[in-house]
Design a protein around this ligand. Sequence first.
Ligand code: 5GP
Ligand code: MG
Length: 474
Amino acid sequence: MPPSRERVYYKALRQALTAVQAEKPLKAKLSHLARITSRCLDAGAAILVTDATGKNLVHTAHWQLPPFFVQKGLLNIEKSLLASGDHEPVLVTDIAGDARVQYPELAAQAEIAAILSQDITRGGRQLGALRVYFKQVPSLNNQDNSFIKAMAQVVGMPLSSASAADTGGKVGDAAGASGAGQLTEFAHQSEREFARMLDFYRIPWAYEPRSFPIGSKSSGAVEMFTPDFFLPDIDTYIELTTMKQSLVTQKNRKVRLFKQQYPGIKINLLYKNDYEKLLAKYGVGPLAESRAHGIKRILFTSADIERRVAEMAERVSADYDGLRPVLIGVQRGFLCFMADLIRRVTVAVEIDYMAISYYSGEKDAGVKVTKDADLSLKDRHILLVEDIVDTGITLNYILNYLKSKQPASVTVCALLDRKARRLIDTELKYIGFELPDEFVVGYGLDFHEEYRNLPYIAIPEIDAPHKGGAGAEP
Ligand code: 5GP
Ligand code: MG
């Protein structure tokens, strides 16, 4: 005689409790719990975890589900299947017609006929959802429902302790994102490092949340492209190509196909070289030990700069007449630019400056304002005076910070703009010069604190360290 349902559920819950107490990484525990749920109900099962924004669910562990389905993408929590308040499981049987099913075509392709969802909450906080995917519409009784509820509670145990430990009780900040970091198995060390840097600058991310069909292979199988990161705040995918040059061509082809077929989706590529330069800026990575030996080429002479700054000052003066703006600089590269700009501006201005901490490769609390503006900024017109905008990561953080002070307006005035390396796009109202993809020094900008005092802007002669460290490959 087969064991009774009750017996099966009882055994499964005991196994589940043992699994959460095991000394295993969180992701392994969740996989185990998905497997137990799947076996018990003879269906696919998945555990979805709320991302750092608190707005999306990300597939984190699953069993008996095809890869194209679990990589389908972020699920918007509000539109999703979560039970509304009463925390009862929800069964959806109209896969094609129910608006709460966000990827109905993929569900059909995976031959899913019904989805059972139980939200996972702790202390009123939405930690995620436990989902069961049936190939035939099941008839569920109280016993089945009690099982799924109990199972969701068990899943909530490791989830809540992971996020509590990581966030110190706060939700949706950088530490919340590193909660996701702990759950994520990165394919490359460079991706983990990148995630850590995003955490530092409090930029929410999801790792490989979605796969896009981009064509068919000669075998007839669908070819998929899975971008490395998605940054929900700026609705942009990021692809890190820190791999061998021989693989880059293949990757470029995929990205090209992707861009053709999904013109509405934003994606940014970060090549190995750019990525290492980005890390080197923070003193980490293989290029961190590089040294400069003088100047290779002057890009903008002091006469060029003087002329351009005068033009910018004229526009600023016209736009801010009578508004008495506060010009704010961020230490320390803004010095020369600010000094020249204010001497050309003809309307009344006030000035202030601030400083922030920079990413150092260490896991710490994240970016901090180490010196705040002294003036009260509420209801003021702020003109942020930037030396250079590169990835836009620093600027993004500073703008969010300044906006939290409820100013009347915030506008950016940047002397240099290196669009080629932009990851986070922000409107720059005043731009001095656009830069090629080369590191520059002078006129306030340093290389390891040197060269700030050059009166012009130039490309330094940099030697790359000839160490085995150049490979970020695992
Ligand atoms: P982002 O956050 O936009 O990537 O970087 C902005 C900061 O990186 C700038 O404020 C500056 O301190 C530094 N930075 C970016 N590019 C350069 C460069 O070419 N030369 C120098 N000296 N600093 C740079
Ligand atoms: Mg700066």
